[in-house]
Every structure is written in C-alpha cells, then in structure tokens.
Design a protein around this ligand. Structure first.
Ligand SMILES: [Zn+2]
Ligand SMILES: [Zn+2]
Length: 397
C-alpha cells in the first residue's frame, strides 16, 4: 500500500481532529462548533475559507497556477440523534447525539488531505474542499447546490467517500451507475369516523382500512414492479387509537421506499396513490398521501473509472472492487452528482476489531450506538483525496 509518508507521519494530528469531532457531535444544520474548527484548521493550513453556504457548510479553496482545471472533494459533517453506548475517552460529550455514521472520520480525512496539498502545492489547478451539513436529515448537499455552490466554485467533477464497515480495511468499493438508492419517504393519513368498539357499523374504521393498505402496498413490489429492478417498500409506523373500546377517527402510516432509478420510484409512487385512495374509498374513509423524494446516487462512468484507477495505484488491485454491489442506503451527495459529473465510493472500515476498550455491546455498524470510526483508515483516505486531486488536475483528456 502506498500511503503518502508525510500524511502517515501527521496521522496523530488527523486522529486528534477525528476524535474531537467524535466527542462534539452536532445535528443537521447545527454544526457550529464543527464548522468553526474546520474553518480554523483550513486557515491554519493556508486554505482560503468560505462560510455560510448551507448555513453551517464550509468551503475551502486551494488554487495553484492558472487554476483552470478543478475538482471538488466532499465530506459530510453531521451526527445522529442517538445516545452513544461507547465508554472510551473520545465518546460523545453531548447526550442524545452521536457520530455513528463516521462523518467525524470523513471530515478528518479531508482535512488531512488539505493539510498535505496546502504544504506541497504540487499541482496546477483548483481544489475545492466541500464540508456539507445535514446529510442525515435535511439534504444539506442539496441546499448547498441550490444556493449555488457550483456557480460560486465551478468544479469539473466532484467526488465523495464513505467509510464502510464490513468491507475489509484498505479496500475500496466503487461502481459506475447507481451506487446508493433513491428514497421516497411517505406519510399516509386515513380519515374515518370514530365509534364505540361494540357498534363499529356506526363508524368508518381507519384501523382496518390502514391494515388493508399495509398489506396491499407489498403487492406493488411483488406484482407491479419489474423483478429485475431492485426496490423495497417498508411501512415502519402505524399509529391510531387511544383506547381499546373506541374505533378512532383517524390512523396514520409512515414508511420509506428505496430504489436505484427514478422510473421505479415513479411507478411505485403512482401505484401507491391508487391503492391508498381506492382502498380508503372502498371502506368509506378519506385518505391523504404525502411523499418526499430523494435522488439515487449515480456515478458517471468516466469519473468512476478514473477514481478506480487512482485507488488501484494506491492499494493492491485486488483490493479495489470496481463493481461493488450497490446498497439501499441513501445519500444527499446524489444532488451534487446531479449537478456535476463525479463518483461516490466506499472505503473499507473492517469488522470493528479496531474499537478501543470500553466500546458498547453492539456491532460496529453504521447508525449503531456502539459504532466508532476506524482511525486506521485515516491516512489511506487522505492519500486517496491527494492522489485523486493531483491526477485529476494533471489529466490530459
Ligand atoms: Zn448515515
Ligand atoms: Zn453517512
């Protein structure tokens, strides 16, 4: 493995940043201490800093030579609303908030790359370091795009990287086309007429109607959608009623749909509308369906190939899965890829063996209360960002 020696030598500093972020987790659009530290650190490194895009977002710009060729590198900043079960020294200091998706590590890896690139300045072009807020909840990347990040800082391509537990350490995963799913979150409100439970014929039962809707929705996945197009629909909330002897007036359902292309989401949403309205009508209830769509993360072929070659030059070719199995998770980086070509990739984080004494009883999985970012991959992540930038800016095509 060809980790850049100066990056490896500065690993202690990068690890200290990572652990500070871990101990001070902040939720979507509240990343104020986080963005203060990022801005301060970038300035110390000699990187030009811009703040305010996406409220708490930070953009660093490093320009050498004519600065004509450009690349965007993105790290996400936010934590999750959960109570950390780890007991080691760098555990969350803020109750009910935790960096359980490794965004602490993503920020540290990108800062490690910025440090090295700002010292060496051995490239010709512009590197834009993008720290985007509210990935988990609020689509901060979309907000930055909508507010004009790529008009203010035009880049030829933009790249993202996520640590991936389960994928072995020092391995990369990438693929052209969809790598993460699109997502439609839905809320269904069924409006019936309440009644005494002993006289249900006097009312219109939203609980029975909701139950039939839950069952019928699964038929979209098994009977309407082409079996070759992957998708999942999960109803995860069903609320209604206060007492055992009352048929309630209303019931609410909520859930999420995941698929890798918008055509499949279109089909599912449209069938869902038909099923919800008609089953409700058949049972003399009213219905409201509210849906919110998020894009799938789709890598562009040329930039994916380019990033894959960079990975292979750093680690053994066998450690790069250039056709990694896509996952049903979702990412707001999708909106950056809608605006610019580029690629999102996975960096193997291993199976949790790295965790320090005092970690929680659960698995080291993303969004788990016992998760901790694997500091062993910090230098490799920074090396990837540096090599990707240098080669991208030096490309002849
Ligand atoms: Zn996450
Ligand atoms: Zn994440």
């Amino acid at each position: 493995m060809r980790t850049i020696p100066e990056i490896k030598a500065a690993e202690g500093e990068t690890r200290a940043l990572r652990r500070w972020f871990h101990a001070h987790p902040e939720l979507a659009f509240e990343e104020t201490e986080t963005s203060d530290l990022i801005a301060k650190t970038l300035k110390e490194y000699g990187v030009e800093v811009h703040r305010g895009l996406g409220r708490t977002g930070v953009v660093g710009v490093l320009r050498v030579g004519d600065g004509k060729r450009s690349i965007g590198l993105r790290a996400d900043m936010d934590a999750l609303p959960m109570q950390e079960l780890n007991g080691f020294a760098h555990r969350s200091q803020y109750p009910g908030k935790m960096h359980a998706c490794g965004h602490d590590g993503h920020m540290a890896m990108l800062l490690g790359a910025a440090r090295h690139l700002a010292r060496t300045r051995d490239f010709d072009g512009t590197i834009v370091f993008i720290f985007s807020p509210a990935e988990e909840n609020g689509s901060g990347a979309k907000v930055m795009v909508d507010e004009g990040i790529f008009r203010q800082f035009p880049v030829d391509a933009v790249f993202g990287l996520h640590n991936w537990p389960g994928l072995p350490v020092n391995n990369f995963g990438i693929r052209p086309g969809p790598i993460l799913a699109g997502c439609t979150n839905f809320d269904i409100r069924i409006i019936g007429v309440g009644a005494h439970a002993a006289f249900p014929h006097d009312g219109k039962d939203p609980i029975l109607t909701g139950s039939l809707i839950v069952t019928a929705l699964q038929g979209i996945i098994t009977r309407n959608k082409n079996p070759m197009d992957a998708a999942v629909l999960s109803v995860t909330q069903f609320n209604g009623g206060e007492a055992r002897n009352i048929v309630p007036d209303t019931a609410t359902l909520a859930g999420t749909i995941r698929a890798f292309d918008e055509k499949t989401l279109d089909l599912i949403e449209s069938r869902m509308q038909t099923i919800v309205q008609n089953i409700s009508a058949a049972h003399e209830c009213g219905a409201e369906l509210i849906i919110k769509r998020y894009l799938p993360t789709v890598n562009t072929p040329a930039e994916t190939r380019f990033a894959g070659e960079v990975m292979k030059s750093i680690v053994n070719e066998a450690k790069v899965d250039a056709d990694v199995v896509p996952t049903m998770g979702s990412e707001d980086f999708a909106y950056m890829l809608q605006a610019r070509p580029g690629a999102f990739a996975f960096l193997g984080a291993g199976d949790g063996e790295h965790r320090e004494e005092g970690h929680g009883p659960g698995p080291c999985a993303l969004h788990n209360t016992s998760y901790d970012f694997n500091d062993e991959i910090l230098s490799l992540g920074s090396t990837y960002w540096v090599e990707l930038s240098r080669r991208w800016l030096a490309r002849t095509a």
